[in-house]
Ligand binder design. Structure first.
Ligand code: ASP
Length: 418
């Protein structure tokens, strides 16, 4: 069976087993339930699932470092590099602003927060938003090893870029170093392939555990909010990305989505753009045909700063909370939300649940009660999985558009059937 089929099967089985375990809770005796909980869900599934996510994360820092040194050393710090970076950043910011604008509009039309009872005050302590100056200063590392140990992706990107540019400008020495990095890149990519072979087991366990614990009640109660977010995620992920791809690069969106099946399942099961990064990079290079020079920069940057799915949740959540508390934030409020949510996604890593933390910043900025977050927390886990899938789709779409415009797209690779 092909890997894609095995991954799809693992997802379906994981969902089925999880839901079955969830339903059977009420039917089984207490002792059987606690046995399943202890040995199967929190024993077997949790152990394998966590080892799987850890192994994915293990590859992130070496992969970004090695791959970006390779990419930057080929670009060599020339003017094209600046143009490519500017294009990437503009597209990431613009698509995020578009996403949140769409979410606010649909949230305004559907009014998911109308007639919602303001539940009892639940504890939610917001984090302080760091000042913008600190966010900017923090992009520049003072210690590359610390940056790597902390998994601070923007700092790792800055260090790798600098090193790559230096390698390009070191003549013969640079060529030797570059050759070593290229060899190491082949080896790390091989590690990703090995891991992908084992991934179906990890995906099965992650999904079975999650769905065995997911409360369907919360989704029913908050169905209007939940489905509004899902609707906007679908509109943005399929229509807007499809349209942008066609308009900006003249590429058939159907073929693009066909290549993303595995990637989307990885993002969905881990709920983390960061942990999915090795797969996003592999998909960009080996399926979409994006040259390493482009992908090694756009993909890690996207995993860190481009979170369209997250922005969508924040847009709908802001509209929802404003409606529930019957506060009119006005046009300037909406614009502030767009600006804050776009900026908030820069500098916050793509890890599970981070979207809720940045949502607190957005709410504070427009003067909405941060406690409102407590109302939507119940359904956030599932939405987190869905929006992460949109986040990585956005990273892939922008990588492809930039590659096409930079003449760094291998159409033959893209046209290959899986
Ligand atoms: N889990 C998301 C990601 O990693 C971030 C979030 O929305 O919380 O992309």
């Amino acid at each position: 069976m092909s890997l894609t089929k095995r991954i799809l099967l693992a997802m379906v089985l994981g969902l089925a087993v999880g839901i079955l375990l969830n339903i059977s809770r009420d039917l089984l005796a207490q002792t059987v339930n606690s046995w399943i909980d202890e040995f199967v869900i929190h024993g077997l599934f949790d152990t394998i699932g966590r080892i799987f996510v850890a192994s994915l994360k293990l590859l992130v820092v070496p992969l970004v470092f090695i791959s970006l040194v390779c990419g930057a050393s080929q670009l060599g710090g020339n003017a094209r590099m600046g143009a490519m970076a500017a294009k990437t950043l503009t597209l990431y910011m613009a698509t995020t602003a578009l996403a949140i604008g769409l979410a606010l509009t649909v949230g305004h039309l559907i009014q998911p927060g109308q007639d919602i009872g303001l539940g009892e005050a639940v504890n939610f302590t917001p984090q302080e938003a760091p000042p913008l100056k600190e966010v900017v200063v923090d992009i520049f590392p003072s210690n590359p090893f610390k940056a790597m140990a902390d998994g601070n992706m923007l700092q790792v990107i800055v260090f790798s870029l600098l090193m790559g540019i230096a390698v390009a400008n070191c003549g013969e020495t640079g060529k030797r170093v570059s050759a070593i990095f290229h060899d190491m890149n082949t080896v790390t990519m091989k590690m990703v392939s090995i891991l992908m072979d084992l991934a179906p087991y990890g995906i099965f366990c992650l999904l079975a555990k999650l769905f065995s614990e997911l409360g369907a009640d919360a989704i029913l109660e908050l169905s209007k909010y939940f489905f509004t977010v899902v609707l906007v995620l679908l509109m943005h992920g399929l229509l807007i990305y499809g349209l942008l791809l066609k308009l900006l690069a003249g590429i058939n969106p159907i073929d693009f989505f066909r290549h993303l099946k595995e990637l989307v399942i990885f993002a969905f099961s881990t709920a983390s753009s960061n942990a999915t990064l090795p797969i996003t990079l592999r998909t960009a290079e080996e399926k979409l045909g994006v040259d390493n020079r482009i992908a090694s920069f756009t993909v890690p940057l996207g995993a860190t700063i481009n979170m369209d799915g997250t922005a969508i949740m924040q847009g709908v959540a802001t509209a929802f909370i404003a409606q529930a508390y019957q506060v009119d934030i006005g046009l300037s409020g909406y614009l502030t939300v767009i600006l804050t949510a776009t900026l908030a996604s820069v500098g916050t890593a793509g890890v599970p649940g981070v979207g809720l933390i940045t949502l607190a910043m957005v709410l504070q900025q427009v003067g909405l009660p941060v406690e409102g977050i407590a109302m939507i927390i119940g359904v956030d886990r599932l939405l987190d999985m869905l929006r992460t899938a949109v986040n990585v789709t956005g990273d892939s779409m922008v990588s492809l558009v930039v590659a096409k415009s930079e003449d760094s797209w291998d159409e033959a690779v893209f046209n290959q059937r899986d």
